[in-house]
Design a protein around this ligand. Structure first.
Ligand SMILES: [Zn+2]
Length: 416
């Protein structure tokens, strides 16, 4: 059924085979997948939103909400730890639950190549495979293919690329990206997009963004009617007007949420924030907004300030393994000689397992010896720091004191 055939205020039905709803999920499923009237909106073709807004900040665009998925809800603003290969490196799901990670991310490109989405499907899906029963978001593979550069060839149909493992030729188009994510069984799927390098000419940005729109439409049509959510990805390079136009094009197609892609690719912070500010007001406030692959603790605070609900980044986990640790007073490089006899915890304010039990001197010793426990303890601390930062942000928005929180956050940062 074409979108234009539907009357104002109705959303497009998703093709669903009889009996496809799981037991006990009929009510949730029916609210997501059947035609019904929604409240008057400037975006008449929208899907019913999985997002509930709890509170808007009175002094900026920060907002407090919640996103419903097949594996439960998560609170926003939220940071999603990255579990590229079906594991958040160096920690167990129990560690993640203890630090209140409410949703994690898996990488379609990596799981597609190894061990393969069909194997994961046959073993009960990604949740069961990795022993994680809370929500999972999978990216589409677009960013990884973009990162392969000379190993990938992009056509209208999709991306042909060589495996970074064995050089074999593989293909991923919009339909394949959805099929792989449906096999993985993630709660939130992402559309396949074409990431625009920085810098790029306006013509290059237009061409790639238009292709992303056509791919987004194909992704939407390729959904087989599972209860998985699907987010569109706003591109447009570093051109604010292109990003605004692209946001409108994606909203016209209608998704469960909207992401800002192609940021943090080499541009400066001011430009990234300018692009965020260009897009957010163009997105319907009833839907979740996700800033992809960003970033530092400061980036999270600035993203929330501009109205972003969801973030992911490898920074806390990767930096942990490299011995760079985030604290409420700034970053620490644990290998530095100054910590050799330091009996203090990493962060006096932190309540994580690492800070409750170990000194900086011990963590430095483990790092210097490249002990496996170093990766584990450092990752627990860094993820706890990120998740605790988001919990503090959420509490501040609830009290309508986000501006005071933001000022306090910057006031404390001093570093080593
Ligand atoms: Zn800690």
């Amino acid at each position: 059924m074409a979108d234009v055939c539907l009357p104002h205020g109705f959303r497009r039905p998703v093709r669903k085979k009889p009996g496809q709803e799981k037991a006990g999920q009929a009510a949730f499923g029916s609210s997501l997948f059947h035609i019904h009237v929604i409240s008057p909106s400037p975006f008449p073709m929208q899907k019913n939103s999985p997002f509930t807004l709890h509170r808007n900040s009175s002094c900026c665009a920060a907002r407090r909400g919640e996103v419903r998925t097949e594996h439960g809800s998560f609170q926003t603003p939220m940071f999603m730890p990255v579990g590229t290969l079906g594991t958040v490196k160096a920690v167990t799901p129990e560690n993640l639950i203890e630090m209140d990670a409410q949703i994690i991310l898996g990488n379609t490109y990596h799981l597609y190549i190894r061990p393969g989405h069909e194997l994961i499907r046959s073993l009960g899906g990604l949740h069961r495979f990795m022993h994680w029963d809370r929500p999972i978001l999978t990216d589409s593979g677009g960013f990884q293919i973009f990162s392969l550069k000379e190993l990938a060839r992009i056509t209208e149909q999709g991306a042909t690329f060589r495996s970074h493992l064995d050089g074999s030729s593989l293909f991923l188009g919009p339909e394949e990206a959805i099929a792989v994510q449906e096999a993985l069984g993630s709660d939130i799927m992402m559309c396949l997009d074409t990431c625009i390098p920085y810098p790029a000419t306006r013509d290059e940005a237009i061409k790639a963004t238009d292709l992303t729109t056509r791919w987004a439409r194909r992704c939407r049509e390729a959904q087989s009617g599972t209860s998985q959510l699907l987010f569109g990805i706003v591109q447009g390079g570093m051109y604010g007007d292109l990003r605004r136009d692209h946001a409108h094009a994606l909203v016209d197609i209608g998704f469960d949420g909207y992401a800002l892609g192609g940021l943090s690719v080499g541009e400066d912070k001011a430009l990234m924030q300018e692009m965020t500010e260009a897009v957010i007001p163009e997105l319907p406030p009833e839907y979740p907004r996700y800033l992809m692959g960003v970033g530092t603790p400061e980036d999270l605070v600035e993203g929330v300030h501009r109205g972003v609900d969801m973030f992911d980044c490898v920074m806390p986990t990767r930096n942990a393994r490299n011995g760079t640790l985030f604290t409420s007073t700034g970053k620490i490089t644990i290998k530095n000689a100054r910590y050799r006899e330091d009996k203090a915890p990493l962060d006096a304010e932190c309540t994580c397992y690492t800070c409750r039990n170990y000194s900086r001197a011990y963590l430095r010793h483990l790092y210097q010896c490249r002990e496996i426990l170093s990766y584990h303890l450092n990752t627990i601390h860094n993820l706890h720091y990120y998740l605790n930062l988001m919990a503090g942000i959420r509490a501040a928005i609830e009290r309508d004191q986000f501006t005071a929180f933001r000022n306090d956050f910057y006031g404390k940062l001093a570093g080593e």
